[in-house]
Ligand binder design. Structure first.
Ligand code: 3PG
Length: 209
């Protein structure tokens, strides 16, 4: 349910976003992230292997797996069929949100403006992705945007790193931050799971400072 992933994110305060070219890497990667101390993962539908990766993780991983970069209702459906337990979008699509609600799967649409936040509220949602966070003005922008929307929780993503995550997490309106920095493409290409665990653990430590 919606409570599961929201509760997990409230505890972890960190959502690793992955762009995975090779589904054979899904399990060792998830194990590396779990070893770093996290409990969920967003697999973006940006690679042909993404649905296969979601399927494998849903079947075998301890992590709660979600689908990211979901642009159409059909993609949402396929991701949920593959085992995704939450859906993340770069922007707000009423059609994607509706399909996720029909499927009873939590959906976090991306917002960048007050208008998009109002669209999310009208669709019955209270948790949104704020994307791309750093480029849109970072934590001060989230703070300003949150003022008129006291019930809304944000997951800022885009340009977030261990160095800047604390400014976001200090805001009561921020549920968690997301990003790809813990699972950088060069680390994946090298199969450097130890470094992925190290970076994940460093990020987790930063959320607690
Ligand atoms: C996303 O899809 O959420 C972004 O690509 C993540 O942004 P980042 O790569 O700057 O972390």
């Amino acid at each position: 349910s919606s409570d599961n992933i929201t509760t997990l994110l409230a505890g972890d305060r960190l959502l690793p976003v992955i762009i995975l070219p090779d589904a054979d890497q899904a399990e060792p990667l998830a194990a590396a992230i779990a070893a770093g101390g996290l409990h969920s993962i967003e697999v973006t539908l940006r690679t042909p292997s993404a649905l296969d990766s979601i399927k494998r993780l849903a079947a075998s991983s301890d992590l709660v797996v979600g689908a990211g970069t979901v642009l159409t209702p059909e993609q949402a459906e396929r991701a949920v069929e593959a085992g995704a337990r939450f859906v993340v979008c770069p922007g707000f699509s009423a059609a994607v949100v509706r399909r996720c609600q029909e499927l009873s799967v939590p959906v976090f649409p991306g917002v960048a403006t007050p208008t998009e936040i109002q669209m999310a509220l009208e669709a019955g949602l209270t948790t949104v992705k704020f994307f791309p966070a750093e480029q849109l003005g970072g934590a001060p922008m989230v703070k300003a945007l949150s003022a008129p929307f006291p019930g809304v929780r944000f997951v800022p993503t885009g340009g977030v790193t261990t160095a800047n995550l604390a400014a976001y997490l200090a805001l009561p309106a921020v549920l968690a931050v997301g990003g790809t920095w813990m699972v950088a493409a060069d680390l994946l290409a090298a199969g450097d799971y130890a470094e992925i665990t190290r970076r994940t653990a460093a990020a987790v430590a930063a959320t607690r400072e």
